[in-house]
Design a protein. Structure first.
Length: 461
């Protein structure tokens, strides 16, 4: 048997784990009340929901609905005090999203839940900016990694060739996943902090027929942003039968993705990153072209739980508000996702992307002012979701991260295997940047400045 890859992975994460000494620290919390109000209002427009929602409130007490809501809003700002979690996922969650998970147990084939699941799938179309009815959303219990499995099991067949664009750690793992299913993955690598250039991709696509090309939109190990629009245009021009697969686990919800306009075939993500929902859901948007590829398979999908032949009718039924069963979904997580998507879509997406970009620029400027460098050196390569920061010469993550923790901020250590001990990662997604009442980003910038000084860094020379 091949040696488990879980071991090196664990070693990489180990230092980070040890920092969690469960110190309870103070951080300001609040809730996007306007969004909740919109969510409740929207729920009320559906009779099924209104009955359901008011029942759930009545369960708590016999006060009027208004009173109960008011009380609930007060309770919603009641998260246990803790340091701000500013790693590239999981991110900080809004109180309303967490509250949605304390829903009483319900049947996964009962109409109220089926309605919520169906609405959630429809909201995903808006999130990915697709209006093509042939596009197909999937939500499966699992993490982002399950998205790789779904692509490898459903859209390519053993012996097929795929091209994996490498910007860091996650491309290695995606390639590894393909190999597990007997698919030949060729990696096109860029130097650390950079991305493969379009002319290199063009050359590679002309050398061999690839069934799919994969790209990591935001590489969470390096903070490198890939340019999806131009890449997709190139693929459609030089190799039109190649499916364009985007790993958007760290980008969907904070970096722009225009599924139809950019002619993407797959965008896969997970609940716990920029979408702002607890971990446990693998979320995918597939194009009509990708679904045709599934239908045209000569061999059955290489997975049972992950088979779209099993899940497609379920997703279609749910979206049509019809009860259906293949394997039990998590009603609580789906409710949390419904709540967070309702919040995200309550404002124009362009506004959300702009807010993330502005926060990111502010952080990147503060990093530069401190005399520190980013892994992603070119501005056009820099993600808005996170910043990967080289530590001053001689300083390692275990020396600085506990200091930051004492200042109520949790950053992540390095993840790119060649330089993991030389840098830290600062995630800035979701409510930490979109909720004006939160001071997470300012607190983090200040903590970084003071923390570095405390461990002896004297600033730019
Ligand atoms: C986090 C992440 C993954 C893996 O997601 P899990 O939920 O940890 O399985 C994959 N790709 C990228 C780009 C990520 O950031």
């Amino acid at each position: 048997m091949a040696p488990s890859r879980a071991l090196p992975r664990l070693n990489l994460f180990k230092d980070h784990f040890q920092l969690h000494d469960h110190t309870l620290n103070n951080t300001p919390f609040s809730t996007e009340r306007s969004s909740i109000a919109a969510f409740i209002k929207e729920s009320e427009s559906s009779p099924e929901h209104s009955r359901f929602y008011s029942t759930s409130l009545k369960l708590f007490d016999s006060k009027s609905k208004e009173e109960a809501l008011k009380e609930k809003e007060v309770k919603m700002s009641n998260q246990e005090e803790h340091a701000a979690l500013l790693i590239p996922g999981p991110i900080e969650f809004d109180d309303a999203v967490l509250q949605a998970m304390s829903h009483f147990s319900e049947s996964h084939v009962g109409q109220p839940f089926v309605n919520v699941f169906g609405e959630t799938l429809t909201m995903l179309r808006k999130l990915f900016q697709t209006e093509d009815p042939a596009s197909q959303p999937f939500i499966l219990s699992g993490s982002g990694t399950l998205g790789w499995d779904q692509v490898a099991a459903n859209l390519v067949e053993p012996g097929d060739e795929v091209l994996v664009l490498h910007t860091g750690y996650f491309a290695d793992s995606f390639a590894d996943c393909f190999e597990t299913y007997g698919i030949k993955a060729t990696q096109l690598k860029a130097p650390i902090g950079d991305r493969p250039q379009l002319d290199e991709v063009e050359k590679a696509l002309k050398e061999k027929k690839y069934k799919a090309i994969t790209v990591t939109h935001v590489d969470t190990s390096t903070g490198v942003l890939s340019e999806i629009k131009a890449l997709s245009e190139l693929v459609h021009r030089v190799s039109p039968d190649t499916l364009v697969v985007v790993d958007g686990v760290c980008s969907v919800g904070c970096e722009e993705i225009a599924f139809d306009e950019w002619k993407l075939d797959i965008v896969l993500t997970a609940s716990q990153k920029a979408i702002g929902c607890p971990a446990g859901l693998s979320i995918i948007m597939a194009s009509g072209r990708a679904m045709k590829r599934l239908k045209a398979r000569k061999t059955p999908p290489g997975s049972y739980f992950g088979s779209w032949k099993n899940w497609l009718p379920i997703m279609q039924n749910y979206e049509a508000k019809k009860p259906s069963y293949f394997a039990t979904p998590s009603p609580q997580l789906i409710r949390a996702l419904h709540t967070t998507l309702t919040q995200v879509l309550s404002k124009p997406l362009s506004e959300r992307f702009a807010v993330h970009k502005a926060a990111s620029q502010k952080i990147k400027k503060a990093v530069a002012d401190l005399g520190l460098k980013q892994l992603a050196s070119k501005p056009e390569n820099q993600a808005s979701a996170m910043t990967a920061i080289y530590l001053p010469e001689g300083l390692t993550p275990p020396q600085i991260l506990p200091t930051l923790m004492k200042k109520n901020v949790i950053f992540a250590g390095g993840l790119h295997k060649e330089i993991a001990t030389k840098y830290i990662r600062f995630g800035h997604m979701g409510v930490s940047v979109t909720d004006p009442n939160r001071k997470d980003i300012d607190v983090a910038i200040k903590a970084l400045k003071e923390g570095l000084a405390e461990v002896g860094y004297t600033g730019p020379k």
